[in-house]
Design a protein. Structure first.
Length: 249
């Protein structure tokens, strides 16, 4: 009787375990330093343009000879870096940084196959960089808008960003044109003197209004609360890319 009871119990536990696995499905293997591109991609031709040379390697090192990091961190779109990061940072498709990057905390951070590191990241900075990159990849703010335009962190920050970093106006103007151009673009039709890029404040930092990793805000409205001024990726415009309302009140 006792033996029969234990036999039934074992069989029952087996079927229960099998059912749980069937419902949950196989567990996705955790990313590791040993993981390579070939761990997920059996071939690469379908991911690349028809004119792209054949890729024979199995990891990021195969790309380094042609796609080496820009040592000057020029303020311009970088399609290779942006698309590679965006493609591996979407929900359910996140990849561990160390699959492609090398990292010695506090000493060096680089790309596998590159001759020189691209900067230094402490443990704290690494955690911060991961959070910022996650925002850059999928937020409703200005950072993700830049990501869609193939502008990476270095395009604005000129280096690996650290906590408290800001962006200088000349980096913004490299892509967006000089202040006179911006002023012409944002001049309100009804009230030309209410131009956020040509005001009594003179030249101020772009980041006073334009926030990358949070909602942007129109600084003019701190005093002129009756003005009807909209800003792209503000709290009421986040994710829309809307231009300032030209019909001021």
């Amino acid at each position: 009787m006792t033996r029969a009871f234990f036999t039934v119990a074992i069989v029952f536990m087996f079927f229960l375990s099998f059912h749980s696995f069937a419902v949950a499905g196989p567990t996705k293997p955790a990313a590791s330093k040993q993981q390579t591109c070939a761990s997920c991609h059996s071939e690469f031709s379908s991911l690349l343009s028809a004119k792209h040379p054949r890729v024979t390697g199995k990891d990021i090192k195969a790309c380094a000879p042609c796609h080496a990091p820009d040592p000057r961190n020029t303020a311009k779109p970088k399609a290779y870096s942006a698309k590679l990061h965006l493609g591996h940072m979407q929900a359910g498709n996140e990849l561990d940084c160390l699959v492609c990057h090398t990292w010695q905390p506090g000493k060096a951070f680089g790309v596998k196959g590159a001759k020189k590191p691209i900067g230094v990241l402490t443990k704290e900075n690494m955690d911060q960089t991961k959070k910022v990159f996650a925002s850059w990849a999928s937020s409703k703010y200005l950072d993700a808008h830049h990501g869609k335009k193939n502008v990476t962190c270095a395009g604005c920050h000129e280096k690996l960003p650290e906590s408290g970093d800001s962006v200088e106006n000349d980096r913004c103007l490299t892509c967006h044109g000089d202040m006179e151009q911006l002023a012409r673009k944002t001049e309100p039709k009804d009230f030309p003197d209410r131009n956020p890029h040509k005001s009594h404040l003179g030249t101020i930092n772009c980041t006073v209004c334009h926030k990358a990793h949070a909602a942007s805000k129109t600084y003019c409205l701190e005093c002129h609360k009756n003005f009807n001024m909209k800003i792209p990726f503000g709290e009421d415009q986040a994710g829309t890319g809307a231009t300032p309302n030209k019909k001021a009140q």
